[in-house]
Unconditional design. Structure first.
Length: 131
């Protein structure tokens, strides 16, 4: 796998917004942009999501967008779902995909331990070595 790739390119801001709407609807929560974080996050996403980056950088962009809180609810779930979808497309064995999706989800949510972050970086480096 190339180190720098447009991992997040398929996920337009419209997709991000729709993802949040689906998550909110499932939990009967209000789907609405926030006044503080929405415009900043939308601009950041639109500026960066198509750019080639490492998989680790893609996860960090998702974490940053989660922290900016563009929606009233389920920001972490929205961006974690996106990075997990990216990982699902890697064609990994089921058990490895499960672990890597979990690591990435924790990173996006901001709850990853130092060991989890290191394991994810090592996984990303192993992808680079395969290319």
């Amino acid at each position: 796998m190339p180190r720098f790739k447009g991992w997040l390119a398929p996920y337009s801001w419209e997709f991000v917004t729709a993802q949040n709407a689906v998550l909110c609807q499932a939990k009967h929560a209000l789907h609405k942009p926030t006044s503080d974080g929405h415009d900043r996050t939308k601009q950041l996403w639109e500026d960066r999501h198509r750019q080639p980056m490492s998989l680790d950088e893609a996860a960090k962009l998702c974490r940053c967008c989660h922290r900016l809180a563009p929606f009233c609810f389920y920001n972490g779930n929205t961006f974690a779902a996106i990075i997990r979808d990216v990982i699902s497309g890697l064609g990994l064995p089921a058990d490895q995909a499960y672990v890597v999706r979990g690591l990435a989800g924790h990173i996006v949510a901001g709850v990853a331990t130092a060991e989890e972050e290191k394991a994810f970086r090592e996984f990303c480096a192993s992808l680079e070595r395969r290319s």
